[in-house]
Ligand binder design. Structure first.
Ligand SMILES: [Zn+2]
Length: 381
């Protein structure tokens, strides 16, 4: 006997009674069949419902060869009358996403002739792939039109047209379909072949928020979110913007400009700091004029500055320049001996301490683990 699909009769049915018609051991748990169910099985890009049947937890619902299988964590007695309860928060969220997707896909199809060729509902966002370049500059307009469909609180109609009616119903579909076809219509916005479950009226979607649009194959991938998720996202962004606004002492609607200005200031400050640092390094190097072999320790140099200082010292000292930057027992090292040979001192260092690095003859860059005193003693030998 075929299971009566209560989810198609009433997409807001959260509780129902039914009779268990089969219960077979499955790979995980039990595959339960009922004479009627409000549990939507995964299909058409929409995830399945979860919930409970009697005392059993429903872990997955799949349709196989026309049979709706409720995979449960407990065995149920065949012939038993049971109460099914749908995880409504999950179902309503999925219906909000799916119904919002119809509106956006319908608008893009009618305005630009581009088709929804891929659809995925993630844990946070929904992705729709279109087969043409939806213009970025019109995303705000598309979003506005989609939300106008929500404000109109339009009834969403789902039905199977008769064989005679079907050819007269225009609808979007990825492929040519044979009778029977289930049609979902949002009046004035979308008409589509779809086996999913939807909200009854567009007002239930609450909010449709387009998040991003990037090039994907020959078209675009649009990320969007609807309903409770859209509210949660905007609340999160609003809270972040409030923090930025406080940090920059900028008005909520001027945080972007304030951040750009801060970035420009930061670049100017970095340039100034680099110029001062270079001057300082050169001054340090001048202190080693004709000093012969030099061992120098300096705090907080990045690798470019370390190399720059070593270069500057090597140019004036007339011997080997070894510069260390770091603290405690962990140092970066740069050694230069123009025209000279560093192999002796490098072997001595590697023998005495954990030392890593390499370079060309006369050059060495790497790291060393030893105290400043240990390093100084080794160089003094
Ligand atoms: Zn649908």
């Amino acid at each position: 006997m075929e299971t009566r699909r209560l989810f198609y009769e009433d997409s807001h049915l959260t509780e129902f009674t039914a009779t268990v018609t089969a219960c077979d051991a499955a790979e995980t748990g039990w595959a339960v069949q009922l004479d009627a169910t409000a549990f939507y099985p995964e299909g058409g890009g929409q995830a399945c419902d979860l919930g409970t049947i009697g005392a059993a937890k429903v872990l997955d619902v799949q349709e196989k060869e026309g049979k709706i299988l409720h995979f449960c964590d407990q065995q149920l007695e065949i012939g038993q009358t049971v109460t099914g309860r749908i995880d409504w928060d999950r179902r309503f969220d999925l219906m909000q996403q799916h119904s919002g997707e119809h509106i956006v896909s319908g608008i893009i199809c009618s305005r630009y002739g581009f088709h929804n060729v891929g659809f995925h509902v993630g844990s946070e966002m929904m992705e729709i792939d279109f087969d043409g370049p939806v213009p970025q500059e019109e995303l705000a307009l598309i979003e506005q039109l989609a939300n106008e469909a929500v404000w109109k609180n339009l009834p969403i109609r789902c039905w199977y047209p008769s064989e005679a009616e079907l050819p007269t119903v225009p609808y979007r579909s990825k492929k040519r379909l044979e009778y029977p076809v289930r049609i979902v219509q949002v009046p004035g916005f979308d008409s589509c072949a779809c086996c999913g479950v939807h909200v009854k009226n567009t007002g239930e979607i609450g909010l449709i928020k387009i998040v991003s649009c990037v090039k994907f194959h020959s078209g675009v991938r649009i990320e969007l979110t609807c309903g409770r998720r859209a509210l949660k996202l905007t609340q999160g962004i609003f809270e972040q913007n409030r923090l930025v606004s406080q940090a920059f002492s900028a008005k909520m609607m001027e945080t972007g400009t304030a951040a750009q200005k801060m970035n420009q200031q930061l670049s100017a400050e970095k340039l100034r700091a680099n110029t001062l640092q270079t001057q300082l390094l050169r001054q340090t190097a001048r202190g080693y004029e004709n000093a012969g072999n030099v061992v120098h320790f300096e705090e907080n140099l990045d690798s470019a500055q370390l190399r720059e200082l070593t270069d500057a010292i090597a140019r004036v000292c007339g011997g080997r320049a070894a510069v260390f930057s770091g603290s405690g027992e962990s140092w970066s090292i740069c050694m230069l001996h123009p025209g000279g040979d560093l192999s002796g001192i490098i072997s001595a260092l590697k023998e005495a301490f954990p030392t890593r690095g390499g370079g060309k003859p006369g050059t060495f860059q790497g790291t060393i683990q030893a105290t400043r005193q240990q390093i100084e003693e080794r160089f003094a030998e």
